[in-house]
Design a protein around this ligand. Structure first.
Ligand SMILES: Cc1cc2nc3c(=O)[nH]c(=O)nc-3n(C[C@H](O)[C@H](O)[C@H](O)COP(=O)(O)OP(=O)(O)OC[C@H]3O[C@@H](n4cnc5c(N)ncnc54)[C@H](O)[C@@H]3O)c2cc1C
Length: 136
């Protein structure tokens, strides 16, 4: 058999590349040494706004709109279930932080963030009443 590509390593990167090449009609062979594999132990969490200062990750718009189409399509093709989008709640630590986010109208964040100023929906935050940010 003649292959168009040989991919070395079948973590998430090798798997996604292999799947993408197969969809393009190319013949591939994936080899894996069977050693350590981060993809098997990873939590698999994806979050477009991160860090202490809550900033948008690199190419967030492009990457997150891509993955929201790519993984469901892959699930269909493979008849498998592995994509579980869930909202993320990030509690505010203080009234200052709440004020900052309530008054921050940066449209660049609108796609990903909703400011929640009541903690009622989120029992995890019930002892503090600063609310928080909801992602997605
Ligand atoms: C504990 C933990 C939690 C994480 N949680 C998250 C998370 O929540 N969200 C997130 O986005 N990321 C997370 N990450 C990071 C994420 O897991 C990695 O960025 C991602 O899995 C890397 O994928 P990969 O395909 O590049 O590498 P890997 O998954 O490591 O795959 C590489 C593969 O290549 C094979 N290989 C290497 N060299 C050779 C060789 N010479 N010949 C043959 N085969 C070879 C290895 O056996 C392996 O199977 C986490 C990582 C860890 C360790």
């Amino acid at each position: 058999m003649i292959y168009d590509y040989i991919i070395v390593g079948q973590g998430v990167a090798g798997s996604v590349l292999g799947y993408t090449l197969i969809k393009k009609g190319l013949k591939i062979l994936i080899v894996d040494g069977g050693g350590n594999n981060s993809s098997k132990v990873a939590a698999g969490i994806f979050n477009p706004v991160t860090g202490k200062r809550m900033v948008k990750t690199w190419k967030a718009e492009q990457l997150f709109s891509f993955l929201n189409e790519f993984y469901p399509e892959m699930e269909k093709d493979l008849d498998a279930k592995f994509f579980y989008p869930v909202p993320i709640f990030r509690p505010f630590g203080s009234i200052e932080e709440q004020n900052h986010w309530v008054s921050n109208s940066d449209e660049a964040y609108n796609k990903f963030l909703r400011v929640v100023t009541s903690s009622d929906d989120f029992p995890i935050n019930k002892n503090k009443h600063f609310g928080g940010l909801r992602l997605f």
